[in-house]
Design a protein around this ligand. Structure first.
Ligand SMILES: N[C@@H](CCC(=O)N[C@@H](CS)C(=O)NCC(=O)O)C(=O)O
Length: 242
């Protein structure tokens, strides 16, 4: 039995008595009989799996949502391709790297644009959003309080006004979306990360950026996204647990 089958089995059999839980997500879409079998494995919080979870929700795609507690993680770390999660299994093929898997699912649900140039425009926005995410994480995960204060000050005074200003302008110039004047996976990616980045940075980051706020609202009102957000498990996250 491979490790991912083992993770799934363990999660199912221990769900009742541990922090692990797993559940199949069915959103009622009629699926062809040849549909791929998806299993997404990540921690018990939104984080880097959430863009893919949102894309599955958007497309009404059924998948197994396996969640590993941070306490149990050391048992499984070494079995992951680069010792990190998320990991997506597609009919037995193991995919890692959250952006690669999100882009793949985005393609399945029609959110990667209508041609290569549109896809490139979307990738460019996603990569910038990822840069923004990493800047915030750099500040929030710094353990030394003096360095942390210095990093946060630079973020608040320089980096965030610049990056958020750019992102806000891009949305304004693209009809309320990140790219190509229409919804794409960049918008769902933004929606996924903007929730937890507020928490990591310790304050709401979007006030003052009306176009980003409006986009967050637009995505939250997509029926399939709204339904997922209402039913998804709450984040269970312990900072600096690795
Ligand atoms: N570039 C990777 C980064 C993955 C990553 O850093 N995952 C973190 C959780 S967000 C992790 O697995 N941490 C556990 C550890 O470092 O042991 C991706 O986008 O998937």
């Amino acid at each position: 039995m491979d490790i991912f089958r083992l993770v799934g089995t363990f999660a199912r059999t221990t769900a009742a008595k541990s922090n692990w839980h797993t559940f199949d997500v069915r959103l009622g879409a009629t699926m062809a009989s040849t549909k791929p079998k998806y299993r997404l494995t990540y921690f018990t919080f939104t984080g880097l799996a959430e863009p893919t979870r949102l894309l599955f929700a958007y497309g009404g795609i059924e998948y197994e949502d396996v969640r590993i507690s941070q306490a149990d993680w050391p048992k499984f770390k070494k079995s992951m391709p680069i010792h990190l999660m998320p990991v997506l299994e597609i009919d037995g093929k193991i995919i890692h790297q959250s952006l690669a898997m999100a882009r793949y699912v985005a393609k399945q649900v029609g959110l990667t644009g209508d041609n290569d140039l549109e896809a490139c425009e979307i990738d460019m926005k996603v990569d910038t959003l990822n840069d923004y995410r990493l800047k915030i994480l750099e500040g929030s995960s710094e353990a030394d309080p003096v360095r942390k204060a210095r990093l946060k000050e630079k973020l608040d005074k320089e980096t965030l006004p610049f990056l958020l200003g750019k992102l806000d302008t891009w949305v304004k110039e693209s009809n309320g979306y990140f790219a190509n004047n229409k919804l794409s996976w960049a918008d769902l990616y933004f929606f996924a990360i903007s929730g937890f980045l507020d928490v990591y940075h310790g304050r709401e980051l979007l006030p003052g950026y009306p176009n980003l706020q409006a986009l967050r609202e637009t995505v939250s009102k997509i029926p399939a996204i709204k339904a997922w957000v209402e039913k998804r498990p709450p984040d269970n996250y312990t900072p600096y647990a690795w």
